[in-house]
Write a protein that binds this ligand. Structure first.
Ligand SMILES: Cc1cc2nc3c(=O)[nH]c(=O)nc-3n(C[C@H](O)[C@H](O)[C@H](O)COP(=O)(O)O)c2cc1C
Length: 169
């Protein structure tokens, strides 16, 4: 699959079927994540892969907007040591996982971490060191769902050549 196609076709999917995610695909996703751009090449990230059903259920109950984590067979927690640009670095790694998952035929959804009140509880549940921040949770799996077609801003709505223009014709 071409990179542009994956970027344009990926959508968040929140329902998963029972088919397990092969370990080698999870490793491929994290291999892509670890190669993301990172400020000063610090690479502050670590990735916790959760496959145990009881932990997935606990994550689903902690994450108020991510209860569907309990229905996944695999969830990757992206965490970063608290460096100056940890959030940008962790988000770049998260996006690499979403795009490479789509490329490998897997469905996924970014579930918020860093700004959520449950972030510390997730960190404790997963045994992350106290100087690490939870950036995102990414439930993954195979899905029969057809993701809804969200309306997206058009290219013309968001592009500004040379200077920001308030009113566009
Ligand atoms: C920082 C961030 C946090 C998000 N957190 C959640 C979340 O907690 N729960 C959820 O269902 N989706 C979450 N999403 C997914 C967005 O809802 C989704 O990307 C958006 O609606 C656009 O849909 P699309 O991914 O299909 O293009 C999050 C996305 C981002 C970038």
């Amino acid at each position: 699959m071409q990179t542009l196609q994956a970027l344009k076709k990926r959508r968040s999917v929140r329902t998963f079927n029972a088919k397990p995610v092969p370990r080698n695909l999870v490793e491929e996703l994290i291999d892509c994540a670890r190669l993301a751009p990172t400020a000063r090449n610090i690479q502050p990230w670590e990735f916790v892969v959760i496959t145990k059903k009881d932990t997935l259920q606990k994550l689903g109950s902690l994450a108020d907007n991510g209860s569907f984590i309990k229905d996944s067979n695999c969830c990757i927690a992206v965490c970063c040591q608290e460096t100056k640009y940890y959030l940008e670095d962790g988000c770049a790694a998260t996006e690499n996982i979403l795009i490479s998952a789509y490329d490998l035929g897997l469905s996924s959804c970014w579930v918020a971490g860093d700004k959520k009140p449950y972030a510390d509880k997730v960190r404790e549940l997963l045994g992350m060191p106290s100087d690490f921040k939870l950036v995102s949770l990414i439930p993954l799996g195979y899905s029969d769902a057809k993701p809804s077609l969200l309306s997206k801003k058009s290219l013309n709505d968001v592009i500004h050549w040379e200077r920001y223009v308030l009113e566009k014709t």
